[in-house]
Design a protein around this ligand. Structure first.
Ligand SMILES: [Zn+2]
Length: 373
């Protein structure tokens, strides 16, 4: 009965585990969900029968009898417990089915489905559904929906007539306040954000890439910002703070090509970004950023090494500051700088994104940095 193969280890508990009344009683006492469906127990004092995992108050052993099936228990005169509902599939199974159904609903929906609707379809309260969904999938329904949309954008980008089409097809049409209020899918066509009013116009657009929301902005000279985050709105605020006196303008359709190029580059950094950059910084920052651009994809350096390369002794802290001020994620690859011990330290756009980028570049960053340090 018990397999010797280690590969079979996660298999179900052997039936023999519930062979004796003592084993069954032990399973009832620990409310073992693994025993559900193997047998049922009935309580003479209440006239009710339960599945072993039933959360109701414990019974006295003297009042308990065991039954192989619901029919068996009912033939003996017991009725099903209203709490653990022994005639239905086990709770975990029902929850897994409900979550799977919710996933299919999210996948099929053109827009992000409402949490209330998903919960209702699953027959749960909003709060309970959220918890059960997260327990089964590891992520929230919202994150699942976002991941689905990002995947669809990736699938559709090569063949789509335009990035806007791809985003629209992927359900970005009216999801989220930002998109709803912007009127445009890429960028914020109707919106013009003036602060200060000093001469320059910066075009920008917001889209979705596999790393999350991405904002791409350009002056007449080149790309001046690539910002990545969870939500579009903070990225737009970030852009405004970086260029407080410029006129920020939602991008026109011809900017889509640029955005598509940047997204393509984010997905496959090794291809390189064949677009001019227009990055503003102090002379020191510019030096650090140029040194960052000289690090090939797949390699990493430590902050101390980078400081050496720009000719600053004991300048690890100063170059870390310049890395954090980098306005163009990935294009200036500040993700290729790691701690001297090779571990990933902070990243302006989130440490998980740094990890993902380094994995995509396929370098052995941990060992590499340690060897060079
Ligand atoms: Zn019960």
């Amino acid at each position: 009965m018990i397999s010797a193969s280690p590969a079979a280890a996660p298999a179900a508990v052997p039936a023999s585990a519930y062979d004796t009344d003592d084993a069954r009683w032990a399973a009832v006492q620990r409310r073992d969900p693994g025993a559900d469906g193997r047998f049922y127990y009935a309580v003479r004092s209440t006239g009710v029968y339960c599945r072993p995992s039933c959360p109701s108050r414990g019974a006295l052993r003297a009042n308990v009898s065991f039954h192989a099936s619901c029919l068996d228990a009912e033939a003996a005169g017991f009725r099903p417990c209203l709490r653990c509902r022994p005639t239905l599939p086990p709770l975990a199974e029902r929850q897994a089915q409900a979550v799977a159904q919710a996933c299919r609903l999210i996948e099929a929906a053109a827009e992000e489905p409402d949490l209330d609707r998903l919960a209702q379809a699953a027959g749960m309260s909003r709060f309970h559904f959220h918890r059960v969904f997260k327990a089964h999938t590891g992520i929230t329904p919202k994150a699942y929906a976002a991941a689905q949309r990002a995947a669809r954008v990736r699938e559709q980008l090569p063949g789509a007539a335009s990035v806007t089409d791809a985003l629209y097809d992927a359900g970005f049409g009216s999801s989220g306040r930002f998109y709803a209020s912007s009127g445009g899918l890429l960028g914020m066509t109707p919106g013009r954000y003036r602060s200060g009013g000093q001469g320059e116009t910066i075009r920008f657009a917001v889209a979705q890439c596999s790393l999350g929301a991405i904002l791409v902005a350009a002056t007449g000279q080149g790309i001046c910002a690539i910002l990545i985050g969870d939500e579009p709105e903070p990225l737009v605020r970030d852009l405004q703070e970086r260029f407080p006196r410029a006129t920020l303008e939602g991008a026109e359709p011809d900017f889509e090509r640029t955005v598509a190029q940047v997204i393509g580059f984010i997905e496959a950094p090794r291809l390189g970004l064949d677009l001019p950059l227009d990055v503003r910084g102090t002379a020191f920052q510019q030096r650090v950023w140029q040194a960052l651009r000289d690090i090939p994809a797949g390699q990493t350096v430590s902050y101390a090494q980078l400081a050496e390369r720009v000719g600053v002794r004991d300048g690890a802290r100063a170059v870390a500051g310049a890395c954090a001020a980098n306005p163009v994620a990935v294009a200036i690859p500040c993700h290729r700088v790691v701690r001297t011990d090779g571990s990933l330290s902070g990243y302006r756009w989130g440490i998980e994104r740094k990890r993902t980028l380094l994995e995509r570049e396929g370098g052995n960053q941990v060992a590499g940095a340690r060897d060079q340090a």
